[in-house]
Ligand binder design. Structure first.
Ligand code: 9D3
Length: 266
């Protein structure tokens, strides 16, 4: 299994310390399940001020990232990726790494896309700041634009870290407990069931009896019902698409119609 190489273009490379320093992504980095390289376009500027941005043509608020320092950075990355392939004797026919721009105008990131990205061996992520990047650079060099949701954050770094975290979890061996990855597929397309731990009675609030009985089949059924019910209540549109995907079986449908009947009765 070749390790995933991620190249990130950012004017705030230190922000990514958080990603490689903690948790599942930190451990995966330590164990070299992926390698991350950070590139600061400021390092490839040639003017005395090391400018990476300028005022927008046509006026308006804010600044725009310059195309040239980013193009130079992306060139340097392509070169480094090529060198790495030679060094690691990668197959000659591997496709060029896609360049992904984290952008509020991008397509919303989905678990489906995350899984596809986890299959790649190289990934280049471009993080914007200010109002965005000169459109000509995007047209010339970016393969895909991805957003993380319909809300505004201050730059592409946190979105890029979210994408990397989501992808790295899917690398073989990243999540210690394989059962928890399996569970993600058990509740595929649904919200998770509720979880409980000790004590059995916490300030008068009890754990559901079924979880204490040790009857594994019943526990399984209860958790599935919980997942279906919670999804029905909070994100009914997820249920519609899970149904279209064929992820609900007849037993699930019986649970859901029972929920529907109870709702009508009250
Ligand atoms: C009114 C113009 N704004 C667009 C919504 C300007 C603007 C705000 C924030 C331009 C860029 C940004 C920085 N955001 C990101 O780089 C970003 C982002 C986001 O804000 N929301 C969801 N996904 C993403 S991915 C990158």
């Amino acid at each position: 299994m070749p390790t995933l190489r991620i190249d990130v273009v950012t004017i705030f490379p230190e922000m990514f310390d958080a990603l490689v320093g903690h948790g599942i992504s930190g451990r995966a980095a330590e164990r070299a399940l992926f390698q991350m390289h950070r590139w600061n376009p400021r390092d490839l500027t040639e003017d005395a001020y090391r400018r990476v941005d300028d005022r927008p043509f046509g006026g308006g608020p804010g600044m725009v990232m310059l195309a040239e320092p980013l193009a130079r950075t992306l060139d340097a990355i392509s070169e480094a990726q090529l060198e790495e392939r030679v060094r690691s004797q990668a197959r000659a026919d591997v496709k060029k790494a896609p360049v992904i721009y984290l952008s509020p105008r991008g397509a919303p990131l989905t678990q489906q896309r995350v899984c596809e990205l986890a299959e790649l061996t190289e990934l280049t992520l471009l993080c914007g700041r200010y109002e965005g990047i000169d459109e000509r650079l995007l047209r010339a060099r970016v393969d895909e634009e991805i957003a993380i949701g319909d809300f505004v954050v201050s730059g592409g770094e946190l979105p890029a870290m979210m994408l990397i975290d989501a992808v790295v979890r899917w690398l073989p061996g990243a999540v210690q407990d394989f059962a928890s990855v399996q569970e993600d597929s058990f509740t595929r397309g649904l919200l998770d069931c509720s979880h409980y731990t000790r004590p059995e009675d916490w300030r008068g609030l009890r754990v559901p009896d079924v979880l204490l009985g040790g009857h594994h089949q019943r526990i399984r059924e209860w958790r599935r019902q919980e997942a279906l019910l919670t999804t029905q209540q909070r994100r009914p549109e997820l249920l519609t698409s899970a149904r279209k995907q064929g992820w609900l079986d007849p037993a699930d449908e019986r649970v859901l119609s029972r929920i529907g009947d109870q709702a009508k009765a009250t």
